[in-house]
Ligand binder design. Structure first.
Ligand code: TYD
Length: 214
């Protein structure tokens, strides 16, 4: 997986962060990027939906504009197609690492688990957009929806279309994430996000070190 080389540089690593809204992945992601950069690794930070100029415009629509659930799923993958072509693939091919806030596991969790998109439609979109690529490592921040919702509320920011969903939605999203982790246990590491940030950070540092820097 992801071991092809292009030119002389060894292919970069692709690491993704996942979890329900409020699970606390964003600050840990920044810490991981800093850790890798301090090790002299050429690393790019990105996010989905987003990561390119077009992707960020699609993000605005996805987060704020009501739409059919299949439109939502296709726009997530449209943004991803652009992101892969314009940023992720070129970076990995040039030996740069990419650390991304969410990727296709989020579509499985939110659109299939949360919204009820048919699985075969998700599978078809994933097979179309990235048939031969999966992250090298995915850190799944797992947290009870009640705790996550309290954290989102505490930020005081205006909630987006997803953050406004009710507890049941996030119960389904969480279950879909955990199901996906069970199906790809080598790739997806479940992180108990109900612990102090320093403890979580130490866990992630150990995981990344064992996996890639040993
Ligand atoms: P996120 O970047 O976590 O939002 P924030 O800026 O508030 O931290 O994610 C944006 C939202 O998009 C999040 O609620 C999950 C949702 N999402 C999907 O529903 N499907 C997807 O495929 C992706 C990538 C995100």
């Amino acid at each position: 997986m992801n071991q092809q080389h292009s030119g002389t540089a060894p292919r970069g690593r692709f690491i993704t962060f996942e979890g329900i809204d409020g699970a606390g992945k964003s600050s840990q992601l920044a810490a991981t990027v800093a850790l890798l950069a301090a090790r002299g690794i050429d690393v790019e930070q990105s996010r989905e939906p987003g990561g390119t100029a077009l992707g960020e415009r699609l993000r605005e629509l996805l987060l704020h504009e009501p739409m059919h659930l299949e439109t939502e799923a296709m726009l997530m993958f449209a943004a991803r197609r652009e992101h892969l072509a314009a940023r992720i693939e070129p970076a990995l091919a040039a030996g740069r690492w990419v650390v991304c806030d969410r990727f296709s596991d989020a579509t499985f969790a939110y659109q299939v688990g949360g919204r009820g998109l048919a699985r075969d439609k998700f599978d078809a979109l994933e097979a179309w957009v990235h048939p031969n690529l999966q992250p090298d490592l995915t850190l799944l921040f797992d947290l009870a929806p009640e705790i996550a919702a309290a954290r989102v509320a505490a930020t005081g920011a205006d909630p987006d279309r997803f953050e406004r969903e009710q507890r049941d939605f996030f119960v389904r999203v969480r279950a879909a994430y955990l199901e996906r982790a069970r199906r790809a246990p080598q790739r997806i590491c479940v992180i108990d996000a109900d612990r102090p940030p320093e403890t979580i950070r130490a866990d992630i540092e150990r995981l990344v070190r064992e996996r890639f820097l040993a």
